[in-house]
Ligand binder design. Structure first.
Ligand SMILES: [Zn+2]
Length: 236
């Protein structure tokens, strides 16, 4: 996990890195990075790599065979180059707010019902998640939104730390999504919103619930028997 600076500090917007490899002249691997790769329902960061006064736009970031690949819009970077990595902070900060919002909303829903969340996707304009629930009750869901919004008015800390795997797996509900658990890791990164939610998670989050702001329900859809998809978004 070393070199993935966003895991330790979600608020890091820039870093100095060395290019270790360039694949097909546009997929850049760095010794360390602040760029978040698309994963766990969270969108990848975008931004720039600067070499001296030259700028390479980072258009996509993905994780392949354990490496973070930064796709750039033109050729020219080589192994050994020193670059300055700068992420698009507005986009990232919105993802951080959305991600923390999703943990709270899903947790509130799961506490009120026996719903099982089966998928989620955070996006800039609207986020969604899917869950299994026999009877979808719109009023019940609206009450989850209201309860979440009350929590987002509080200055409650979001804490991130690592726990040994065996210890982490004893926490009820720590694994919310199957993909959150890479099988070979000995330590799990835990995201804890005290008294609300604790789960193994590799995403970026805000430090306090108050930073989320408020959320708004958009719509609900049926996706087959017992399967519901709900859309919501951050207000401003
Ligand atoms: Zn998450």
């Amino acid at each position: 996990m070393s070199g993935l600076l966003y895991l330790g500090d979600s608020y890091l917007r820039e870093c100095e890195s060395t290019v270790t490899k360039v694949n097909d002249s546009k997929y850049v691997i760095l010794d360390q990075t602040v760029f978040y790769p698309k994963s766990g329902g969270q969108l990848n960061d975008t931004g720039v790599l600067e070499r001296g006064d030259e700028t390479f736009n980072v258009t996509y970031v993905g994780k392949y065979s354990g490496e973070i690949s930064h796709e750039i819009d033109r050729q020219g970077l080589n192994a050994g180059d020193r670059v300055r990595c700068i992420i698009d902070w507005d986009r990232r900060y919105k993802m951080m707010r959305s991600h923390t919002a999703a943990h709270v909303l899903i947790s509130v829903l799961c506490n009120k019902t026996n719903a099982l969340v089966t998928g989620n996707e955070l996006a800039l304009e609207k986020s969604r998640f899917d869950f299994n629930l026999e009877n979808f009750d719109r009023d019940l869901f609206m009450s989850c939104i209201d309860e979440s919004n009350r929590l987002f008015k509080k200055d409650m800390p979001v804490q991130i730390y690592e726990l040994p795997r065996e210890e982490a797996l004893k926490i009820p509900g720590v694994i919310k999504m199957a993909e959150a658990l890479p099988p070979q890791v000995s330590k799990l990164r835990i995201v804890e919103i005290e008294g609300i939610d604790r789960q193994a998670d590799a995403g970026t989050h805000v430090r306090s619930l108050r930073e989320v702001g408020q959320i708004e329900f958009l719509k609900a859809e049926n996706k087959g028997k017992n399967n519901r998809r709900v859309y919501y978004r951050l207000l401003q």
